[in-house]
Write a protein that binds this ligand. Sequence first.
Ligand SMILES: [Zn+2]
Length: 131
Amino acid sequence: MDNIWNEMYEAAKAVLSPKQVSEYVACGEVSAAVLSKTGKIYTGVCIDTCSTLGICAERNAIFNMMTNGEYEIEKVLCIPPNEGKGAPCGACRELIVQLMPDSYKNIEVMLDYSKGEVITMGELTPHWWIG
Ligand SMILES: [Zn+2]
């Protein structure tokens, strides 16, 4: 497996820390890392709230990347609960496609870190509702 996936995994693992922050807010049960076009790794955790105010770890990581002035993703990795297997949800895929409508299909997504199973966004989302 490409060493950058290991770096992304370690970065995501470093912020993985499930916490009940208040009666209504929990965070950190899932963490994610995105690799930007410039080779930097940005992380995020999921935030779960009442009334759908929360956010997935992947989108939080992408927003972190954008907060830091970067807008192009190369790779996405998330650590789901119990370090299981998982791909970005529909909302996260939608954000990725809207962010990079002409090139999102080349973005690589780690589907199962334990097996090194990688899939492209083009395989996950071959047809976009607008494009
Ligand atoms: Zn999501």
